[in-house]
Design a protein around this ligand. Sequence first.
Ligand SMILES: [Mn+2]
Length: 430
Amino acid sequence: MKYHQIDRHLFIKNRSKFTAQMKPNSLAVFNSNDIYPVSADSTLPFAQHRDIFYLSGIDQEESILLLFPDAPYEHQKEILFLKETSELIAIWEGAKLTKDEAFAVSGIKTVYWLQDFEKVLFELMTYCDTIYINTNEHYRSHVETETREARFVKWWKEKYPAHQVAKSNPILQRLRSVKEKEELDLIQHACNITEKGFRRILSFVKPDVMEYEIEAEFIHEFIRNRSKGFAYTPIIASGNNANVLHYIENNKPCKAGDLILLDVAAEYANYSSDLTRTIPVSGRYSERQKAVYNAVLRVKNEATKMLTPGTLWKQYQAEVGKIMSSELLGLGLLDKADVQNENPEWPAYKKYFMHGTSHHMGLDTHDYGILTEPMQANMVFTVEPGIYIPEEGFGIRIEDNVVIQEKGEPFNLMKNIPIEVEEIESLMNS
Ligand SMILES: [Mn+2]
């Protein structure tokens, strides 16, 4: 790991919050992700499943966590299973966690090697009535492969058909959406690394630079600051490429006079940040670009104020739509008739702003959180309105990450990242 070890008390706290929600006499199981194959013997870099990470800090493949708060013996209440390390593995792959190291990371005292899993589980299954399985119920999830978790669930259902089953996911969705102080610090750290990357490219961008050269500057800055890299596939979209919302080719030259939409951010210790800025290739915005930019910025600032405890996501989105509509009227992109005659299912503003304004952010970039429930203090949201105008050859999105406060406006984790036209222009020209 490139990141500094996280204080294990975070994971101890997370486990106690989870077990407090479990039914009597129940056991919960959490699996690592697989390492995904490419072909021959090559693989994608390992990315830990965020739930086992959230509950243990274990950032290693082939790990299993069991939680059984009502277990008859103390040593059975929390158990980790790890891939057995050996001298051979140490030589070829580098050392895996020892049992002592796993305790230091997680605070879990009972650690077995993975080969003992079935035997140990069998004994525990004779004591418990219910097993919590961890299915993926994220509102945007779309999984085609069979995950390690899904394979386990299949195996378990076959082997233990008489046990009751319960869902871990709704508990985790609620817990993970409200961040602990330690987590806010980690997300702030990711945002600070992102800031360094953004400041680096401000003095680098000039006409005819390739989009991928900008991407390379970002990744250089991220990795030298102990990030594993991008929190998500970066979008570096000059000119009309910005109007392809998920443009990730990043292979075109940036032309003088165009804007570049940069949706690029670093991860740190598996926590995301999620930044978007839109900057002028030549270091100066045109009058029209500036007018649209400032309209997006005003929508962002107004939207941010609405992120307070009790706000409902759907109503928030509708309110932001009204503010956006009035800005689009001001820019001459919509006229009064467009708004008066709009289809309530697809309001007129969606022609220029067709995506959501905010999503939860944390261990996943589009993090857990139940959108039908009111917002709470210490939830982290993005705020990311945009105006996309293919006929004018540019699209503008501005995105910050904010923490909802008990009282007053949210705290902006990206408040130090240049956002005003004047500041961006002056940094690009200095
Ligand atoms: Mn986002």
